[in-house]
Design a protein around this ligand. Structure first.
Ligand code: UT7
Length: 336
């Protein structure tokens, strides 16, 4: 059995910065509320005409990750693309990235696990590498939230949180002789599927129906989130799945060099940090700058932490995510 390691990382965010004050011009919100409840100061939004889409941003992040891995796009043997905001209903983002990168006829797989999408995708890549089937897998998380948010006061409980961006990792067979991805742990709980969801357009709520009914109060084509319920579940599941990962490897909280939580809400990250007694140096957050970019948030944060020299060979890096589904997961990595 082989092990895998992350051999290259990259991220891309659109240039257009949207501050909390900018949002307060289009909806009834304010900088103080947003910072106090979420920690977010600003986020990036795609601007119409800037050329960015979910797949385009994913490709930009992937190019950087592939170059840093020291390989050629055609060395990629599998593309795994995680998003909740694809360019098209079908086909998925994976084949679009494949086309944009000029990669041959390798398989491309889309993962639809929202905020946990990157951890699910990483886990999938890890399994393919462990069995020896592939040596280099491209894993991408990318989101275009701004195109689908309710930017009126009605949507403020959701819309102020989310931002656009993409992150990518090349996951390769670990030939360093040590470390790598030690384990991944995935969970879901479908009974809470309606607590954070976007209903349509879908086959259950198709476009002609939406146009005909024109619902004003119960709009199904904007995301719905039961914020407090999601928050309460998030802090419990984050803690559980981090502990599960550490225990599976005979490790403890003291062994963590860097925890990279999905950037859902700074208050959630701080709750977890306090609960585990971790120092500021042991937890990386960048939600202040980018908001919650769902499937993209972990690879963006991981890349920024690595670029800042906060992750070194031999470090124990823990990734953890929670989100819509509900779904959650963790990855325990000995950086190699
Ligand atoms: O990444 C996927 C997982 N998602 C999450 O983890 C999100 C988890 N949940 C949260 O982060 C928080 O629940 C939110 C940040 C979404 C909301 O914070 P909250 O402290 O739970 O606020 P709330 O929804 O209970 O709303 C409190 C008040 C309400 O007003 P009233 O009813 O008390 O008068 C809201 O209408 O704040 C109001 N409000 C706002 N005010 C200003 C809601 N959104 C806003 C806003 N600006 N943007």
């Amino acid at each position: 059995m082989y092990t895998s390691r992350i051999s290259g990382l990259g991220f891309y965010v659109p240039e257009h910065v949207v501050t909390n004050d900018d949002l307060s011009k289009v909806m009834d919100t304010n900088d103080a509320w947003i910072q106090e409840r979420t920690g977010i100061k600003e986020r990036r939004h795609i601007l119409p005409g800037d050329g960015n889409t979910t797949s385009v941003m994913g490709t930009k992040a992937a190019r950087i990750a592939i170059e840093r891995a020291g390989i050629d796009p055609n060395d990629i043997e599998l593309i795994i693309f995680a998003t909740l905001s694809p360019d098209m209903y079908f086909p998925g983002g994976g084949v679009q990235v494949q086309d944009q990168l000029g990669i041959g006829t390798v398989p491309a797989l889309d993962v639809r696990n929202q905020c946990s999408g990157f951890v699910y995708a990483l886990s999938t890549a890890d399994q393919y590498i462990k069995t020896g089937m592939y040596k280099n897998v491209l894993v991408i998380g990318s989101e275009n939230h701004s195109g689908g948010l309710d930017m009126t006061t009605r949507g403020r409980g959701v819309s102020v949180i989310f931002g656009d961006g993409a992150g990518a990792a090349v996951v390769s067979r670990n030939e360093t002789g040590a470390g790598g991805i030690l384990s991944t742990h995935l969970h879901s709980e479908g009974k809470h599927k309606d607590e954070l969801a976007l209903q349509g357009p879908s086959t259950g709520y198709w476009v002609p129906q939406i146009i005909e009914e024109d619902p004003q109060e119960d709009i199904p084509y904007y995301p719905y989130m039961n914020g407090q319920f999601v928050f309460k579940n998030a802090v419990v599941r984050f803690s559980e799945v981090i502990q599960e990962g550490l225990q599976a490897n005979g490790l403890g909280v003291d062994d963590i060099a860097m925890l990279i939580p999905h950037q859902a809400n700074l208050r959630i990250s701080q709750f977890i940090q306090k609960k585990f007694g971790l120092s500021d140096d042991q937890v990386f957050n960048n939600i202040q700058k980018y908001g919650n970019t769902t499937a993209a948030s972990i690879p963006i944060a991981l890349t920024e932490a690595w670029e800042a020299g906060k992750i070194k060979s031999g470090d124990l890096v823990v990734l953890a995510a929670f989100g819509s589904g509900f779904t959650w997961g963790s990855a325990i990595i000995r950086w190699a």
